[in-house]
Design a protein around this ligand. Structure first.
Ligand code: NAD
Ligand code: ZN
Length: 349
């Protein structure tokens, strides 16, 4: 067992350092986890490059990382669901448990939720980390710690597909084939979608989408209008999609999501781009296209784990690069630049 607690700490924009921090002791309801696998998420990179996402601003040094799994190394005195040696995936958001949102099951909307690596809350890209025991999910022996880490983005897919109402026979358009678009592909297929069509501007991401089961892909060309793309999609499918899951955040793509969706259908907005965009709202209103937000996930980890454990979502295929904790800066550089066709970069602690 390592006796240091090397941690990846973001001091401010562009200033990420590896430093030793004291090994934390678990509180009564927590477990201490020897961290194993932490995936780099677009938001980690965004905090490093821009120092903020919306109203969340890095004002004090913060440990990065929230797509994570590890091995329980100590348990608090009230913990009964886990024991030392258990391999666990960590659901990074621990809500207040008392507000209306928490009590009605929509705890992702809790205003005082603790969330790893959302300022000011520390993440878990470190050797040791303590977390509420009931937000840790024990992994079956045949599910790897890397797959455990990937339950985090997969849960975003579960939340988005549930919010969109994907069901048996659905025709689904997924805009953007980054890690989040791709996990939505896994979930939509598992929930019974008959056909999934995906867009991206990058050819290599669409190649991956095909490999992972997308029925059709459409590469968005520079200058191509959303109206034209909507036509291409309709011609390709022989109908308009019932559901569109927007996973790029690009204004033109949100516009496409609305225009391409069949009347009476649903658009879910997963991608988070500019805070204000121009979209064809009257088109949506007069065709009763419902536009629904998606924010992280609530009660999705169990389903995400079941998808992986049953072999329905082969999330390890998203991992393109692996680094050691000591190589964190290089890992972030790979994720930031997308060098070598990077999709999901995994750090081993
Ligand atoms: P990513 O940047 O790796 O992927 C985005 C993909 O969209 C890229 O492959 C890019 O080429 C593609 N793209 C860009 N412009 C496009 C366009 N006009 N049309 C089609 N594709 C286009 O990011 P990711 O990790 O996959 O995350 C996707 C989005 O989801 C981000 O905006 C992220 O902030 C957001 N996100 C939201 C939540 C949530 O809770 N709502 C959770 C996680 C991530
Ligand atoms: Zn709450």
């Amino acid at each position: 067992m390592p006796d240091d607690n090397l941690s990846a700490i973001l001091y401010k924009t562009g200033d990420l350092r590896l430093e030793n921090r004291p090994i934390p002791e678990p509180q009564d309801d927590q477990v201490q986890i020897r961290m194993a696998a932490v995936g780099i998420c677009g938001s980690d990179v965004h905090y490093l490059v821009k120092g903020s996402i919306g109203d969340f601003v890095v004002k004090a040094p913060m440990i990065l990382g929230h797509e994570a799994a590890g091995v329980v190394s100590k348990v608090g005195k009230n913990v009964t669901n886990l024991k030392v040696g258990d391999r666990v995936a960590i659901e990074p958001g621990v809500p207040c448990r008392y507000c209306d949102f928490c009590k009605t099951g929509r705890y992702n909307l809790c205003k005082t939720i603790f969330f790893c690596a959302t300022p000011p809350d520390d993440g878990n890209l470190s050797r040791y980390y303590c977390h509420a025991a009931d937000f840790c999910f024990k992994l079956p022996d045949h599910v790897s710690l890397e797959e455990g880490a990937l339950l985090e983005p997969l849960s975003v897919g579960v939340q988005a597909c549930r919010r969109a109402g994907v069901t048996l026979g659905s025709t689904v358009l997924i805009c953007g084939a980054g890690p989040i678009g791709l996990v939505n592909l896994f979930v939509a297929k598992s929930m019974g979608a008959a056909v999934v069509i995906m867009t991206d501007i990058a050819e290599n991401r669409l190649t991956k989408a095909k490999e992972l089961g997308a029925n059709f892909t459409v590469q968005i060309q520079p200058g191509q209008t959303a109206e034209d793309t909507a036509k291409v999609i309709e011609e390709t499918l022989g109908q308009s999609p019932d559901i569109t899951i927007e996973c790029s955040g690009a204004e033109s793509s949100i516009k496409l999501a609305i225009l391409a969706t069949r009347s009476g259908g649903v658009v879910t907005l997963v991608g988070l781009g500019p805070p204000e965009v121009k979209v064809p709202i009257v088109n949506a209103a007069t065709r009763e296209v419902d536009i629904r937000g998606v924010f992280r996930y609530a009660n999705c980890y169990d389903a995400a784990l079941a998808l992986v454990a049953s072999g329905k979502a082969d999330v390890k295929k998203l991992i393109t690069h692996n680094y050691k904790l000591e190589e964190t800066l290089e890992a972030f550089e790979t994720s930031r630049t997308g060098a070598g066709g990077a999709i999901k970069v995994m750090i081993h602690c």
